[in-house]
Design a protein around this ligand. Structure first.
Ligand code: SIN
Ligand code: CO
Length: 381
């Protein structure tokens, strides 16, 4: 079993058995020498981008305020010296190094991965004691942050606060994290991180679908798929003496008809594949402004390979490949190459074989879903 320094020398299997969803884990120097991926100026720049979700949490004594981005640079020039935190989510959608950082967590399913969020705060800054419904790895960038945590059951929140704040926080453990240290917290763990110095924290978050939300999305999806021919008929009906009464035969027939709406395991799997790869509302794909011809694209990828664009989400299962909310049957396609592309987010030139694969990759290239790699190994244009 490979022992991973980023998991305190545990193997992925041991970490998953002992800590994942169960127990916090502090790892000193999980990423030795990690000094973050962004300067404060770069982060403020990202906070101005439409396609990322950013928030500014401000605190004055007991008064909290949240402002939602995108933020103009002038916002940051007017910030007070203390009492604020800037949070930028989905940084992995725009910053290649952020996506590379996430690759360290590929022992977890992409179906669970949410995003990389970065926070920036002056000394004393933080978002207050709270709990999340996500699994999170809190990786410290530059500066130090003091984390206090508790497994308390009391999850009551402060009423009318603009952010989720625990009414009573009773920390039982405390650590100061330095650059490169990482703290894993399972969902529901109460925590409070306060910047000791001006600091940046990188949160790698893993979502778990909430059944209620999933059901609502599933039923909406089902509405598009359902095929229920026929309609109610009341030939031979007796005269209605109470025309306002809901007819019992209508109710009975509707119950029978709706009971014909059924779904199978593979249909649920296909829904999950589409749903979990559906781009978030603010995401868009940049299509090539001067696209290569199909022939030039084929030559280029045969030499250097292809990489998925940062916002592309790809999963597979139930005999299908799911790409950014769309699905296609794997039967008849070069399945192993496509599965490799989904897992590694990259295919080498040697892996790109056959016209069929070329055509598919070219269509995705034109949609902005992937890019040919440049000679440097970096995605090209
Ligand atoms: C932060 O980085 O300041 C907040 C992260 C969290 O508590 O989830
Ligand atoms: Co949190």
């Amino acid at each position: 079993m490979v022992q991973l320094p980023m998991l305190k020398g545990l193997s992925a299997r041991e970490f998953l058995a002992r800590h994942w969803q169960r127990k916090a884990l502090l790892v000193r120097q999980a990423f030795p020498g990690f000094q973050g991926l962004l300067s404060a100026a770069e982060m403020m720049d990202l906070a101005g981008r439409e396609e990322l979700r950013s928030r500014l949490v401000l605190r004055q004594g007991e008064r909290w305020e949240v402002r939602h981005g995108p933020f103009a640079p002038s916002v940051f020039r007017r910030l007070p010296l203390a009492g604020w935190t800037l949070l930028v989510q989905d940084v992995n959608l725009l910053v290649p190094e952020a996506a590379q950082l996430l690759a360290n967590f590929r022992f977890l399913s992409y179906a669970r991965l949410d995003d990389l969020m970065v926070s920036l705060a002056p000394p004393g800054g933080g978002v207050g004691p709270h709990f999340d419904s996500y699994d999170v790895f809190l990786l410290q960038g530059p500066g130090r942050r003091r984390w206090q945590v508790s497994r308390q059951r009391d999850r009551r929140l402060v009423e009318d606060a603009p952010i989720r704040l625990l009414r009573e926080f009773k920390p039982t453990q405390e650590w100061v994290l330095d650059a490169g240290d990482m703290l894993y917290l399972p969902p529901g763990y109460a925590h409070d991180g306060v910047a000791v110095d001006t600091c940046m924290t990188y949160s790698i978050g893993f979502r778990a679908p909430a059944w209620q939300e999933l059901a609502a999305a599933f039923l909406a999806d089902l509405a598009d798929q359902v095929d229920l021919p026929g309609r109610f008929g009341d030939a031979g009906v007796a005269p209605r003496t109470e025309p306002a009464r809901l007819p019992a035969d209508l109710v009975d027939d509707a119950v029978r008809a709706l009971a014909r709406v059924r779904w199978s395991g593979p249909e649920v799997a296909r829904f999950l594949g589409r749903h979990l790869t559906e781009p978030k509302a603010h995401v868009f794909f940049s299509t090539p402004s001067r696209p290569l011809s199909a022939a030039a694209f084929s030559r280029r990828i045969a030499r250097h390979g292809v990489a998925l664009a940062l916002p592309t989400q790809m999963l597979y299962g139930a005999g299908r490949l799911f790409v950014n909310g769309e699905e296609l049957p794997l039967a008849g396609l070069p399945g192993s190459a496509l599965q490799r592309l989904a897992n590694d987010r990259h295919l080498s030139g040697a892996d790109v074989t056959g016209q069929q694969l070329d055509d598919l990759l070219y269509a995705w290239y034109r949609s902005g879903y992937l890019l040919p790699e440049a000679a440097s190994g970096q995605p090209g244009k």
